[in-house]
Design a protein around this ligand. Structure first.
Ligand code: ADP
Ligand code: MG
Length: 724
């Protein structure tokens, strides 16, 4: 009887390249057609309704209920024209994915059917908050939560449903999602950055964040995926011996895209274009069957919403190609994991990128002020920043041979690094000389074009000419949770920057020397965060230790940073998260860690007991029959002819008994941890005892995979999963 694996392999072989469907016309002719942008809105709304949306989008003005009905009318008309039948608020709960609850437009009154959608349905929906991670902010008996339209993100149509991007808050107003704190952090950053920008240009009124989010992912054939319970339930393989060939020949990166994959890419790109997502690049990544796509950067909220939409679109389109998209950070041991690099920059409403060095001394002084504030922020909160990307799944990736280390550092490139060394060497007299022109260093910063900066791909936070690239973010993560940390810490440092300059000016210093003096202080204070070398090396780990930069080695232990008063105060003073909201997030992070690890532990137990051991026993029986037969033929000297079979039998027995013993110990470790009431303490126990035991079991299972007849092995192997 063929195993499930063999049936899956046969099926996978029949999954030939599906033809991608051709959308008529050029991309520009359908780009954004499923989005109700401001232009389209004009045609569907009264001038009053349109103006109301506009001022809400531009200035965050609150929407008046009376006008909400008119806006809803316009949206409904557009949605029906587009063939939509349902609407939903689409929000981003603390699960790293999106949530939706569809409501039909259809309604009946006096026996007559009609489509109904009014202002209150647009502005607010009421999902049961207790069914989403809420960190104790909502109990089941007071379960109300609200999702509310975020007008800064346009509504769009997906699968015949009008999707309304929303925030998600509890009945009493606490944030239960990633969008709320992110919006608040953007606001805080705008205020602080405008204050600093005003030192150089009075006309700046606001500052926004631009994000370019690169998305890495794996593709696996759907039938093979379905034959791996671990991929289905955990999105990663909990066992599996490495393939003889994987990425060692470096032949996949930027290689020719397999036709099956390129057909899938074209299809999801088409759908993404219709949603106004400006995808620009696509390529093979380093690991086999690993790929990347990246849109052109745009304003942060939009970039994040679009990334979440993109993930949904990719998964939906993959179904048509009999593929599964895997966003997990480390689905396969031994090959590269996936990240979601966040390219982050700040730009004024006057159009100036504040992280772009320029030709004039004033522009350079402004650039230095912002750069120094980022350095100081990342140094001061380096552990928090690293923790913002710490999840169970990302922990399998970070600190590996090919991933950014779990120690924070900033790479600036040799030109800037040299400038910072010079600035730190300035004497007080030089700084205080007052004349900006006399500070030669500022004059000598060349205009650095993005293409001129050296790249250091081993740095978790690298400057790339006019932006920082936060490379440690995980591929499955909603980047908002990392981005609001970046926004907040930088806002705090910019606030301090302005306050210190003001104080020096009040004491009679000239502005340029006051600014230079604070720049020098911030850079000097933060110098330990600067690292230009190989972030993957052992030497850096040791050096970072000497500099007092702590690695995130254990995820639940890292979460304790959320109890640090400086962190609680950071979020509170900026109005990003209140202390009880931080505490709720702390609980949710720990709980999610425990639940995910618990699932993985159960899955590895099931796979080993129900799939691996039975296959091993079958093969033992084959060997036993063989040895018996040899004995029949050769009598006493049979041992001379089947010593290798006997040796294999012994080894298999040993691994089987090791696995049985370790799975039992794993169950015990889980039971013991589950008895621990405090969720943070339970997570720590899971991270040590449960995880260690899983590693042990995996080793035995992977050794068995190498011993057992390929015909009998029940699960698709790495070489089958990783190559099309
Ligand atoms: P690489 O892999 O070399 O880093 P990619 O082209 O894959 O480059 O991705 C770079 C990302 O950075 C793109 O999303 C791009 O739009 C974005 N980006 C470029 N300039 C900026 C900027 N000033 N601010 C934010 N993101 C930017
Ligand atoms: Mg990049």
């Amino acid at each position: 009887m063929a195993t499930f694996r063999h049936r899956a392999l046969n099926e996978a072989a029949s999954h030939v390249t599906s033809r991608h469907f051709e959308e008529k016309g050029t991309v520009s002719s359908y780009f954004g057609q499923n989005v109700l942008d401001l232009e389209r809105m004009k045609g569907y709304m009264s001038p009053k309704a349109y103006e109301a949306v506009l001022s809400s989008v531009r200035f965050g003005a609150k929407l008046d209920r009376s006008v909400a009905d008119q806006i809803a009318d316009g949206m409904k008309a557009w949605a029906l024209d587009m063939g939509a039948t349902h609407y939903t608020h689409l929000f981003q709960p603390l699960t790293d994915s999106t949530a939706e609850k569809h409501e039909a437009f259809i309604s009946v009154k006096d026996g007559k059917a009609f489509e109904k959608f009014n202002g209150s349905a647009l502005v607010q929906q009421e999902p049961d908050a207790s069914s989403f991670p809420n960190g104790g902010l909502r109990n089941t008996f007071e379960a109300r939560g609200y999702s509310a339209w975020d007008p800064s993100s346009p509504v769009f149509i997906m699968d015949g449903t009008l999707c309304i991007p929303s925030v998600f808050v509890s009945y009493t107003g606490e944030a239960l999602d990633t969008k709320v704190p992110n919006l608040k952090s953007l606001q805080a950053l705008s205020v602080a950055a405008t204050d600093v920008a005003n030192l150089f240009d009075e006309n700046v009124r606001s500052v926004k964040v631009n994000l370019g989010i690169e998305q890495e992912y794996f593709l696996v054939d759907e039938s093979l995926y379905n034959a791996r319970p671990d991929l289905m339930l955990c999105n990663r393989t909990v066992i599996g011996h490495t393939s003889a060939k994987d990425q060692q020949l470096e032949d996949h990166y930027f290689g020719a895209i397999p036709s099956r994959v390129s057909s899938f890419m074209k299809d999801f790109e088409t759908e993404a274009y219709k949603l106004g997502i400006l995808l620009q690049t696509r390529h093979n990544e380093v690991a086999p069957n690993q790929f990347e796509c990246a849109p052109v950067y745009c304003e942060a909220t939009k970039a994040i919403d679009q990334n979440m939409m993109l993930m949904i679109v990719m998964q939906k389109v993959a179904e048509k190609h009999h593929l599964k998209v895997i966003f997990h950070e480390k689905p396969f041991d031994g090959v590269n994991g996936s990240g979601k690099h966040c390219n982050w920059s700040v730009v004024t409403d006057t159009g100036v990128n504040l992280l772009s060095p320029g030709k004039t001394p004033t522009k350079n002084l402004q650039f230095l002020s912002f750069y120094a504030s980022v350095l100081r922020a990342v140094h001061k909160h380096n552990f928090l920043l690293m923790t913002s990307v710490a999840t169970l799944s990302n922990s399998y990736r970070l600190g590996g041979n090919e991933a950014p280390p779990s120690i924070m550092s900033v790479f600036s490139g040799s030109t800037l690094y040299g400038v910072f060394q010079d600035i730190m060497g300035l004497t007080d007299a030089q700084v205080a000389s007052g004349k900006l022109d006399s500070i030669k260093i500022v004059n000598t910063i060349p205009e650095i074009f993005p293409d001129n900066t050296d790249r250091n791909r081993t740095s978790p936070f690298a400057f790339t000419g006019n932006r920082f690239e936060f490379r440690a973010v995980g591929s499955s993560q909603n980047v908002a949770s990392a981005v609001y940390v970046v926004n907040s810490i930088v806002a705090e440092s910019l606030r301090d920057f302005r306050a210190e300059v003001d104080a020096l000016e009040a004491a009679g210093e000239e502005r340029s020397s006051a600014v230079m003096s604070v720049v020098r202080r911030f850079i000097t204070e933060a110098q330990d965060i600067m690292f230009e070398g190989n972030g993957y090396s052992r030497e850096w780990e040791a050096e970072a230790g000497r500099r007092g930069l702590k690695a995130v080695r254990n995820v639940p232990e890292a979460y304790d940073i959320y109890h640090d008063p400086s962190v609680v105060n950071l979020f509170d003073s900026l109005g990003v998260l209140a202390p009880n909201e931080v505490e709720a997030r702390y609980g949710i992070l720990n709980e999610t860690y425990v639940k995910k690890l618990q699932i993985e532990a159960r899955v590895i137990g099931d796979i080993c007991i129900n799939h691996v051991i039975p296959a091993a026993v079958k093969y033992q029986n084959v060997l036993i029959e063989n040895v018996k037969g040899m004995k029949e033929i050769f009598g006493d000297i049979y041992v001379d002819y089947c010593s290798s079979e006997i040796e294999t039998l012994k080894q298999i027995s040993l691994y089987i008994s090791n696995i049985s013993r370790d799975v039992e110990a794993l169950v015990e470790a889980r039971k013991k941890a589950n008895r621990v009431e405090d969720i943070a303490a339970r997570a720590k126990m899971y991270s040590h005892e449960v995880k260690d035991m899983m590693d042990k079991i995996r080793k035995s299972a992977d050794s068995l995979e190498m011993l057992i007849d390929d015909e009998l092995w029940p699960l698709p192997k790495y070489r089958e999963l990783l190559f099309f």
